[in-house]
Design a protein around this ligand. Structure first.
Ligand SMILES: Cc1cc2nc3c(=O)[nH]c(=O)nc-3n(C[C@H](O)[C@H](O)[C@H](O)COP(=O)(O)OP(=O)(O)OC[C@H]3O[C@@H](n4cnc5c(N)ncnc54)[C@H](O)[C@@H]3O)c2cc1C
Length: 444
């Protein structure tokens, strides 16, 4: 049995801790904040409750696998339901697409209807081309710790490619709205498509085939369920405990402890294994390994409580603009509100030259005068509150996969999970990162 210290109590740290405890290790989790969850949690004010970060997830199999491998089946504890439509895309006043989730045929039909006959087929064939990409990457990168020695030729070529998502989309589509659709996910996650490798487009294939999923009542409830799982698995959780660095034996190059400030006292917590589920930049021992990367800047976020009559809207509405001139606004409607009111979150990406609710008003969702409660969070607030960016590493071209930290590190006993580690940000990848760590550490 190894003494494991997990640093960070976001989804990556919680999932790693539960998996390793189930494998028989003695696990302690350190969280700098007073509460667990990181970006996965709620913001509450005056009877309104909003998801602070994620409101849906792709690849529900990742969450189901986590539940199975750490104790009880997901169905016994949470109610994952499909989001339908995945989202509404408003390209301009006249062009609106309710994009179905989890069905190729339904997407084809909806796109034909919204963007013109034949465009649905073009989108379907674009997504089809990612089936093999996903198969290759799934086996060598997402579900097994990446190693050049074991990876297939296809995977290595994909991960090494200079071919960008931007180039692929320009080549594939003449229709400007299809281009916008194909680039949406990367842009929403804060990336410039010219710096994103083409294979990242596979998330469109994944959404088309496996759907988008949520928890009624908010994704934030996952934190409560995961916290309970840590309790039943006997994980020691220490909150308000900030890890300052790793202590490494210079002779063996193995980690021996985590240096942390707990209740304002510097303490060395002995460890045989450390799982770093935070931005590694925060730990001087690892910072030099990732000095060529940059964190993603999170979006501008405004949680609003709206009273009175509002238009009927799906789970998520994306208001696209010309990305060089206007911000993209993402409206998420799944918050919990008192009777007769609505808890919405508006996310802004791009140049916001005016108040985000005014921007929403100008772009056709006219609720500015009905906003009764409001919590604004700038990108800086988010990074400060969560002690780092929950969106992981910025794509900066083909070197990014190499420059980003992997599941294992050059320091013996130190593994990385979470949005800053392979395979990247977003709940599916973060959940998979915890499974990769568990594979490498193995049973006690
Ligand atoms: C606004 C927003 C919307 C999003 N929407 C979606 C979505 O709809 N779907 C989706 O799949 N993903 C979404 N994401 C991304 C997703 O939320 C994240 O990728 C994921 O939650 C990251 O989990 P994590 O554990 O890596 O990091 P975090 O959630 O950032 O957790 C890291 C934790 O580590 C703690 N910590 C940091 N430093 C230290 C230290 N030195 N010592 C101890 N503890 C420390 C922090 O306090 C924090 O609790 C969204 C993100 C944002 C910001």
């Amino acid at each position: 049995m190894a003494r494991v210290v997990v640093i960070g109590g976001g989804f990556g740290g919680l999932a790693s801790a539960a998996r390793l405890a189930k494998l028989g290790h003695e696990v302690t989790l350190l969280e700098a904040n007073a509460s667990l969850g990181g970006a996965l949690g709620y913001v509450e004010k005056d009877g309104f409750r909003w998801d602070a970060g994620p409101t849906s997830t792709l690849l529900p199999a990742v969450i189901r696998d986590f539940f199975r491998k750490s104790g009880r089946a997901a169905e016994k504890e949470i109610d994952l339901v499909p989001v339908e439509p995945a989202r509404q895309h408003r390209f301009d006043e006249d062009t609106v697409l309710d994009l179905p989730s989890g069905s190729r045929a339904a997407q084809l039909e909806a796109i034909d209807a919204a963007l013109g006959a034949g465009e649905g087929g073009r989108w379907a064939s674009y997504c089809d081309d990612f089936a093999e990409v996903w198969e290759a990457l799934r086996k060598d990168y997402f579900e097994r710790p990446y190693s050049r020695e074991h990876a297939s030729k296809e995977t290595k070529a994909l991960l090494d490619t200079k071919f960008t998502l931007h180039k692929l989309v320009e080549k594939e589509f003449k229709n400007k709205h299809l281009r916008t659709l194909a680039l949406h996910q990367a842009r929403f996650e804060g990336h410039e498509p010219r710096n994103v490798p083409a294979w990242v487009g596979m998330w469109s294939y994944i959404e088309q085939n496996f759907g988008s999923w949520t928890l009624p009542g908010g994704m934030g409830q996952l934190t409560g369920v995961l916290t309970e799982r840590l309790r039943t698995r006997g994980v020691t959780v220490i909150t308000e405990a900030e890890a300052d660095d790793l202590v490494v034996d210079v002779v063996t190059n193995k980690v021996t402890a985590v240096r942390a400030t707990i209740a304002e006292v510097e303490t060395d917590l002995p460890a045989d294994v450390v799982v770093v589920a935070i931005d590694p930049r925060r730990l001087p021992t690892l910072a030099k390994l990732v000095e060529r990367t940059m964190p993603v800047i999170p979006p501008v976020v405004s949680h609003i409580g709206v009273v009175g009559d509002v238009p009927e809207l799906p789970h998520e509405v994306v208001l696209h603009g010309d990305p060089t001139k206007e911000p993209t606004l993402i409206l998420r409607t799944n918050g919990a509100a008192p009777d007769g009111a609505h808890a919405w979150t508006v996310l802004g990406r791009g140049q916001l030259a005016e108040d985000i609710v005014t921007s929403l008003q100008r772009r056709g969702i006219r609720v500015r005068d009905q906003v009764e409660v409001r919590v604004d969070r700038s990108p800086r607030d988010l990074v400060e509150d969560w002690n780092g960016s929950p969106q992981g590493v910025l794509w900066q071209g083909r070197g990014t996969v190499k420059n980003r930290i992997g599941t294992s590190t050059p320091v013996g006993g130190v593994y990385c999970a979470g949005a800053h580690a392979a395979p990247g940000g977003g709940l599916p990848s973060v959940g998979l990162s915890a499974a990769l760590v568990a594979q490498l550490v193995g049973p006690a």
